[in-house]
Design a protein around this ligand. Structure first.
Ligand SMILES: NC(=O)C1=CN([C@@H]2O[C@H](COP(=O)(O)OP(=O)(O)OC[C@H]3O[C@@H](n4cnc5c(N)ncnc54)[C@H](O)[C@@H]3O)[C@@H](O)[C@H]2O)C=CC1
Ligand SMILES: O=C(O)[C@@H]1CCC=N1
Length: 288
């Protein structure tokens, strides 16, 4: 089986599901109708996804159950708080031949197995990001022992079609969340601040935004295309006693670098907390 022939059902049709769906649907040889989206409610959202990307949707219980039980790949894309209820509703529908893909932050494969009541389900735990929607995603992925080589390749192909993929040990997925899963938000936050600075300095909002966007794009591409480290490239911008040095000293005075590093680590820690909370809740339900 290849990615172009596999049927994929997304359970949870929010921001992350849409980002992956959009990336998959924009592939050259893609047949978007083999992708089905399901939500807990909100059929209008499913219709909008169908209209935008040509995917199928399932809204009533019988069609939802069929879309789940007949898919080659079932992607769970709901929030951590909905994980127990969502996975429980899948348990009786999944077959051991199906690959279950999770994008849920913090949720371990062991906890998923506890909730599903089986250790036989092939699981790919992933941490993508929303840039998948334009083919520039960065996804960390790891596999349970029951995932076949063919299924591993299928999952890698699926996320590779939306950007880059890094296969990592499961324990590393929380720090992947810290770097790239939540990472786009840090860059947007920085861009918001740069635009605000431009406006305060007298630029129009449009000019401040346009110059900021091109600067971020150019800086990322410079790192990618030159192969130089960000630190080397930064030094080339920074003339002794010049404007950049003055700016970076101001950032240092506000602990910019420490703040960002701490943010990455805190994000990873938070992913662990979210996962532990689901694990404790799942264990409590088990012992009832
Ligand atoms: N938004 C992001 O940048 C990223 C999100 N993630 C992960 O993706 C997951 C989803 O996040 P978002 O898309 O941002 O959330 P969202 O809130 O936009 O979408 C979640 C959707 O799942 C639906 N849902 C909840 N329970 C359901 C159930 N039992 N059956 C069917 N649908 C159900 C909700 O109605 C909602 O439409 C989270 O677990 C998050 O950790 C991972 C990487 C990046
Ligand atoms: O904020 C969150 O919890 C999700 C996980 C990674 C990005 N967004």
């Amino acid at each position: 089986m290849s990615l172009s022939t596999a049927s994929i059902t997304f359970v949870g049709a929010g921001s992350m599901a849409e980002a992956i769906v959009r990336g998959l649907a924009s592939q050259k040889d893609s047949d978007a109708s083999r992708i089905t989206v399901i939500n807990r409610q909100d059929t209008a959202r499913l219709i909008a996804l169908q209209e935008s990307y040509g995917v199928s949707y399932a809204a009533d219980t019988a069609s939802k159950n069929r879309a789940i039980s007949e898919a080659d790949i079932v992607v769970v894309a709901f929030k951590p708080k909905d994980a127990i209820e969502g996975l429980r509703s899948l348990a009786s529908l999944l077959k051991p031949s199906q690959l279950l893909v999770s994008v849920i932050a913090g949720l371990s494969m062991a906890t998923m197995e506890t909730i599903l009541g089986t250790s036989g389900q092939p699981i790919a735990r992933t941490m993508p990001n929303t840039s998948s929607s334009i083919g520039l995603g960065a996804t960390g992925i790891s596999f349970s022992s029951s995932v076949s080589t063919e299924q591993q390749q299928l999952a890698i192909d699926m996320f590779a079609s939306t950007g880059i993929v890094s296969v990592v040990e499961e324990a590393k997925l929380d720090i992947v969340t810290g770097v790239s899963g939540s990472g786009p938000a840090y860059i947007y936050y920085m861009m918001e601040a740069m635009i605000e600075g431009g406006i305060q300095g007298g630029l129009s909002p449009e000019a401040a935004k346009e110059l900021t966007v091109q600067t971020v794009l150019g800086a990322a591409r410079m790192v990618q295309l030159t192969g130089e480290n960000p630190a080397e490239l930064r030094r080339k911008v920074t003339s002794p006693n010049g404007t950049t040095q003055a700016a970076l000293e101001t950032m240092d005075a506000h602990q910019f670098s420490t703040g960002v590093t701490k943010a990455v680590l805190r994000c990873a820690e938070r992913a662990g907390e979210l996962g532990n909370a689901i694990s404790s809740q799942a264990a409590a339900v088990e012992t009832k």
